[in-house]
Design a protein around this ligand. Structure first.
Ligand SMILES: Cc1cc2nc3c(=O)[nH]c(=O)nc-3n(C[C@H](O)[C@H](O)[C@H](O)COP(=O)(O)OP(=O)(O)OC[C@H]3O[C@@H](n4cnc5c(N)ncnc54)[C@H](O)[C@@H]3O)c2cc1C
Length: 390
C-alpha cells in the first residue's frame, strides 16, 4: 500500500492532521493502536484556545463545537479565602476560550474522517518505522491478523508520549528536556451542573483544586494529590469532602453528583528537540508534554499539526522544503512559551507536601500580584487564551 503521509496515532493531533491534509488535497493513512470506542471515550482535556477553535471551524470540524461548546471570557483564582476573577477577554484584546471536551473533538474528527472516506485503521499492532532517513519511509504493522506495509513520502509521529515514533529515532539525535513534579491530579467527571460559570483555580494549604466543566450538565473537578496516589484510597465521599474544603467559600455551595469517571494523572514537563528527523515529523504529546494547569496540551498538539499541514502543502505544491525544514523551530517557539506558562501556573498554585513557608509566601505574593496588577493579569490572560509565536 502507498500513501503520501503515514500518520501514527488517532488522537487529536493525528486526526486533525489527516483532516487538514485532506482539505489540501493530500492523502494520508491513519494507524491507531486502540479501538474507536476507547479513543472516543478517553477523558482528557477540555479547554480550547480561540485560535485553535477557529482552526477546527476552518477545517469544517467545528460545527458541533460551535453549537455545544461553551465560550468563557474569564477564569477565577482563589486563595486566602477569596475568589478573584481574571477577565480574559477584556485583557487579551477580545479573545476567549471554548469549553468542549477532547472526547467530543475526537468524535467530531473521526466522523469527518469517515465522511471523507479517508483510511483510518483502529486496533493496529506492532507499528514499526523503517527507512525514515530515505525518500521512501515505510510503516509496517499488523491489522486484522495480517502483516502490512505502507510506503509513504513522510511519516507523522502523532502517537503520544508512549508511542513508537520518538523512540525509533537513533540515539544521539534528540535532546530532551524534562521536569517531574511531586504532584498529581486526582480528577473526576461528575453528573452535576457546574457550580461556577467559569473555571476556578484554588490555592489551598491542603493542596490545589480545580473546578472545571465539560458541559452544562457535567462537572470536571480535580484535587492535587501525590503522583503515585492510590485511587482506591479515595472513595467518592472523600473526594467530595476534599473538594468542599479546598474550593469552599462562605455563601457558595459546591453541588455534588454521581461520579462517572475518576483517575490520577502525574504531572510532567517534557520537550524533545528537534521535532523532526529525516522524513519523520513528531507532533503533539509525542514531542512534548505540559502539566495540565495551563490547559495547553491539546492546543499545542493541534498547533503543531496545522504548521505541519501548511509545510506539507507547500512542499507538494512548489517542491519547496523551506517550511518543512523550519517545522521544528516554528513549533518549538510556541511549545516553550506554553512550557513556561504551564510550569509557572503549576508552581504558583500547588502546595508541596512538606510546605516550605518561604515558597508559600512567594506563591501568595504572586497570586495577590496577578489579581491586583492589570499588567500581571494581562500576562496571564494572553498566555491562557493562546499566544502566537513569541
Ligand atoms: C489523563 C490525562 C489528562 C489530561 N488532561 C488535560 C487537560 O485537562 N488539559 C489539557 O490541555 N491537556 C490535558 N491532557 C493532555 C492532552 O490530552 C494531550 O496533550 C493531547 O491528548 C495530545 O494529543 P496527541 O494527539 O498528541 O496525543 P494522544 O492524545 O496521546 O494521542 C496519541 C494516539 O496515538 C495512539 N498510539 C500510541 N502508540 C501507538 C502505536 N504504537 N501505534 C499506533 N497508535 C499509537 C494512542 O492510542 C493515541 O490514540 C491530559 C492528558 C492525560 C493523559
Amino acid at each position: 500500500m502507498r500513501t503520501q503521509v503515514g500518520i501514527v496515532g488517532a488522537g487529536p493531533a493525528g486526526l486533525t492532521l489527516a483532516v487538514l491534509l485532506r482539505r489540501r488535497g493530500i492523502e494520508s493513512v491513519v494507524l491507531e493502536a486502540r479501538s474507536r470506542e476507547y479513543v472516543e471515550h478517553r477523558i482528557r482535556a477540555g479547554v480550547i484556545e480561540q485560535g485553535i477553535a477557529d482552526l477546527l471551524v476552518g477545517a469544517a470540524v467545528g460545527q458541533r463545537m460551535q453549537r455545544e461548546g461553551i465560550v468563557h471570557h474569564g477564569i477565577s483564582l482563589q486563595f486566602e479565602g477569596g475568589r478573584h476573577r481574571i477577565p480574559l477577554t477584556e485583557l487579551s484584546g477580545g479573545k476567549s476560550i471554548v469549553i468542549y471536551g477532547q472526547t467530543e473533538v475526537v468524535k467530531d474528527l473521526i466522523r469527518v474522517r469517515i465522511d471523507d472516506d479517508g483510511p483510518l485503521l483502529f486496533e493496529v499492532d506492532d507499528v514499526q518505522l523503517r527507512d525514515v532517513e530515505s525518500e521512501r519511509p515505510r510503516l509496517t504493522y499488523r491489522h486484522e491478523g495480517g502483516s502490512h506495509e505502507l510506503e509513504c513520502d513522510v511519516i507523522a509521529g502523532c502517537d503520544g508520549f508512549h508511542g513508537v515514533c520518538r523512540p525509533s529515532i537513533p540515539e544521539g539525535v534528540l535532546s530532551s528536556f524534562s521536569r517531574e513534579y511531586p504532584y498529581g491530579w486526582l480528577g473526576i467527571l461528575a453528573a452535576v451542573a457546574p457550580s461556577s460559570d467559569e473555571l476556578v483555580y484554588a490555592h489551598h494549604e491542603r493542596g490545589f483544586a480545580l473546578l472545571s466543566l465539560r458541559s452544562h450538565e457535567l462537572s470536571r473537578l480535580y484535587v492535587q494529590c501525590r503522583p503515585d496516589e492510590d485511587i482506591d484510597a479515595w472513595p467518592d465521599e472523600r473526594i467530595w469532602e476534599e473538594l468542599q474544603i479546598r474550593l469552599g467559600l462562605p455563601g457558595w455551595t459546591l453541588a455534588e453528583g454521581p461520579v462517572l469517571e475518576k483517575g490520577v494523572t502525574g504531572m510532567r514537563s517534557f520537550v524533545v528537540e528537534p521535532m523532526q528527523y529525516g522524513r519523520l515529523y513528531l507532533a503533539g504529546d509525542a514531542a512534548h508534554i505540559v502539566p495540565p494547569t495551563g490547559a495547553k496540551g491539546l492546543n499545542l498538539a493541534l498547533h503543531d499539526v496545522s504548521v505541519l499541514a501548511d509545510a506539507l502543502a507547500e512542499w507538494y505544491r512548489d517542491g519547496s522544503t523551506a517550511l518543512l525544514d523550519a517545522y521544528s523551530a516554528t513549533c518549538l517557539r510556541r511549545v516553550w512559551r506554553a512550557e513556561h506558562f504551564s510550569w509557572w501556573m503549576t508552581s504558583m498554585l500547588h502546595t508541596p507536601e512538606h510546605a516550605d513557608l518561604f515558597d508559600l509566601k512567594l506563591q501568595l505574593s504572586q497570586l495577590r500580584y496577578v489579581t491586583t496588577s492589570e499588567a500581571a493579569a494581562r500576562s496571564l490572560a494572553e498566555n491562557y487564551v493562546g499566544l502566537g509565536v513569541v
